[in-house]
Design a protein around this ligand. Sequence first.
Ligand code: LER
Ligand code: MN
Length: 271
Amino acid sequence: MIRSAVTVSIVEQARKGPFVFHEDVEGACRLASELGYDAVELFAPSGDAIRSLPIKNLLSSFNLKLAAVGTGAGMVIHQLALSSPDADRRTKAREFVKSIIAAGAEFGAPAIIGSMQGRWDEAAGKEAGVQLLRDALDELGSYAATCGVPLIYEPLNRYETNMAMTMEQGIELLKPLSCGNIKLLADLFHMNIEERNIADALRDSGNWIGHVHFVDSNRQAAGRGHMDYTPIAVALHNIGYSGYASAEAFPIPDSTEAARQTIETFRRIFR
Ligand code: LER
Ligand code: MN
């Protein structure tokens, strides 16, 4: 059964980012629980920042799980990327991601590689850039396995990366890796920009899909745009997807309403 999650960011520099809740983790957990969510997804500035939160208490008091942890703060705060042409930045990017993987794993949550993948530039060329990313993903995927969690790789739209923009390109990127521990994140916002048909792309990706960012066409809460959710729900059902549909959306008109509207749409299409 597909489970529901909602995003919370505690990254000050991402105050305007597409996260339903910002800053107040306890308040977010309380509301998520009241609305009937299964889990929260956390976007944090570091592994230590995750550990400094009373996550264990919050999850047990509000009967929630930790669905996933984002790593994008490494890019947003420190301008790090796993495919950076600068070797020092690449090393720091791996260390940053490892710290988030380890902290998330303490709560059974996988880490997401989204913007930390970076982009290849004309100077180095596509092949070299993609190889840097593959090397990093292989190491991080193996590291995540030792922590007992998968790693999640997220194709992004063309304005955010040039590595993999569709699910098919994501599979092509991951297939040669040896770690065997990386799943794809299907973010419906990015897919709405890049895929020819969202439902077909989900169906074709099958077992590769390990996480879903559940959002509308305009990156607002599900139900506030023109996404056609019925074929998406049918495709996820057909492939036997049983991970999270996690609300990664702008808090429009506000966090409470975005969370409420998302869970209403979630129930309508998945239950
Ligand atoms: C970025 O656009 C995104 O979708 C996030 O989930 C990844 O950092
Ligand atoms: Mn996303």
